[in-house]
Write a protein that binds this ligand. Structure first.
Ligand code: FAD
Length: 481
């Protein structure tokens, strides 16, 4: 298409990570491979976005409007073959060994082409992150092996993370609200484990998932004190999928209702005992909210790039649309905001590498372990060792020393601010470009109205922006007043 031609943004001839964030240049002096790898991730993701995501995103969006259960398997297989489904795993274990900075650089590229398509191959990280909260060696190794095997065999392996239920979205993410809310889901103690009942709704990949990580209380009258986290295979008796939602945006990413009708979960699949489930949610949110902010910033960039290309090609009575002063000021104003949120996003990613779970990959223990031959790492004998109680406890202690409560509080604060800033930016920019472009902006083929619809969703999921601002206020100011 004509309007895609100018070599800008996704079509820029070179990687531009350091150009866009000059401060990374200083970091490159000290840690050349850290920045070099992020540039490599950016280049890989950009190529994939141009060759695979962009050419099909509008058609997929259209197909999903007609049938919300349509899934673009060709794109998923291409992403899987490129190892984007296991990007966080160390290279020795079959992944790409991506740092959080690498992930941020790639996310921006992917989501500037299409947020929903990206969700289909990156949101699986919920499984790995969920397993790393307690960091029991047996559970983490099992998760890693399953992910690596599925990738190698080019078979899908989807994880969902289910906290929202009808009547309780924000409440399930907020400790204060949880003191008065009454969830409808319930985990009942039975011999050998728990029996789960209830409905969760708006669950990303709920219709595709092979495993669901789900939060339910053992006492609905005391949800905060009794919330537990379970790991449930979706072929378990009593689990079934309900409606796949028809959404305004991000249509290519399926969102579904899931039902639990007395689903038996053995004791060993309880990832967090009663009373610890809310902490589990909070720890995952401390990472994913920031990543949603970065993804939403990518949507804003995509909308802006489409607008710039359009305005550079559009002839008006007074020359090209981009030659109008008001258009130039509007674009400059949006670019200014984009650069500010991008800086905050990459700051967050580097902080994840420095203080949060990604730091674990950089410790002598994990680096030393990955020096072992891949065969040994994947061997059943190592799995047996990892499943030993002492090893599990050591894993938990090791992880809690790195990701302390102070670290978590800080990431909830910064992640919530970034989530709200990124998604507000996406909404503002994708709306403003439609003002600039006018009627053509309403046409599907230019992709801008899709950016607008996709952006709106980012303000709502991973906690509404109001809930994120509430958390931000509480962490930044609330303790003082
Ligand atoms: C595309 C999509 C994908 C999703 N994926 C998942 C998923 O994978 N897993 C999952 O568990 N959930 C998922 N969700 C659900 C999502 O996290 C919730 O929609 C979100 O948390 C908001 O909850 P709610 O919709 O129930 O709104 P409500 O909680 O009903 O909130 C409605 C309004 O009231 C405000 N409000 C509510 N309570 C408070 C309060 N205490 N203080 C201040 N304001 C308040 C909110 O800010 C909002 O404006 C997804 C949602 C969407 C749209």
């Amino acid at each position: 298409m004509d309007f895609l031609q100018p070599p800008y943004g996704l079509f820029a001839p070179d990687v531009d990570l350091v150009v866009n964030l000059p401060a990374l240049g200083k970091l490159r002096e000290k840690f050349p491979s850290y920045i070099f790898r992020a540039e490599k991730a950016q280049a890989m993701a950009r190529k994939f976005a141009i060759n695979h995501i962009l050419p099909r995103s509008l058609e997929t969006d259209k197909k999903c409007s007609q049938d919300p259960t349509y899934f673009d398997w060709d794109l998923w297989h291409a992403a899987n073959r490129a190892k984007f489904t296991v990007a966080c795993l160390p290279e020795k274990l079959g992944g790409l060994g991506w740092s959080a900075l690498d992930n941020a650089a790639a996310l921006e590229e992917f989501t500037s082409a299409c947020m929903a398509s990206t969700a289909n191959f990156v949101f699986n990280v919920f499984g790995l992150l969920g397993s790393m909260v307690e960091c029991k060696t047996g559970i983490v190794l099992d998760m890693v092996k399953k992910m690596a095997k599925a990738q190698q065999e080019d078979k899908p392996l989807f994880y969902s993370w289910a906290i929202t239920e009808p009547g309780a979205g924000t409440d399930m993410e907020d400790a204060c609200a949880m003191q008065t809310m009454r969830p409808s889901c319930h985990a009942q103690r039975v011999p050998g484990g728990y029996s789960l009942s209830g409905v969760k709704c708006f669950i990303t990949n709920g219709s595709m998932a092979h495993y669901v990580i789900v939060n339910m209380p053992t006492d609905q009258e005391r949800p905060l004190e009794t919330m537990a986290t379970f790991h449930v295979p979706t072929n378990a008796k009593g689990f079934f999928v309900g409606r796949v939602e028809r959404k305004c945006g991000q249509k290519a990413s399926q969102t579904a209702e899931i039902f639990f009708d007395k689903v038996f979960v053995p004791e060993k699949e309880m990832w967090e005992p009663p009373g610890k489930g809310f902490d589990h949610t909070r720890e995952i949110l401390s990472i994913t909210r920031g990543l949603v902010g970065i993804s939403a910033m990518g949507i804003a960039r995509g909308a802006l790039e489409r607008c710039i290309r359009y305005a550079a090609n559009k002839k008006t009575a007074n020359g090209r649309l981009i030659d109008q002063d008001w258009v130039r000021f509007a674009i400059a104003d949006m670019l200014k905001d984009l650069h500010m949120v991008r800086a905050a996003g990459y700051n967050f990613a580097i902080a994840l590498d420095t203080f949060h779970v990604w730091k674990i990959f950089d410790t002598a223990v994990v680096k030393g372990a990955t020096l072992l031959p891949g065969k040994i790492l994947m061997a059943d004998s190592l799995a047996a060792l990892a499943n030993n109680q002492l090893a599990n406890e050591a894993g938990t202690r090791f992880k809690k020393k790195i990701v302390t409560n102070e670290v978590l509080d800080s990431f909830v604060k910064h992640g919530s601010a970034l989530k709200a800033a990124g998604s507000d930016l996406a909404m503002k920019v994708s709306s403003r470009v439609l003002d600039i472009v006018g009627l053509d902006g309403m046409a599907r083929e230019f992709g801008m109205e899709k950016c607008f619809r996709d952006a709106k969703v980012t303000q709502i999921y991973e906690g509404s922006n109001q809930a994120n601002l509430w958390d931000f206020f509480h962490e930044e100011v609330g303790r003082l007043v």
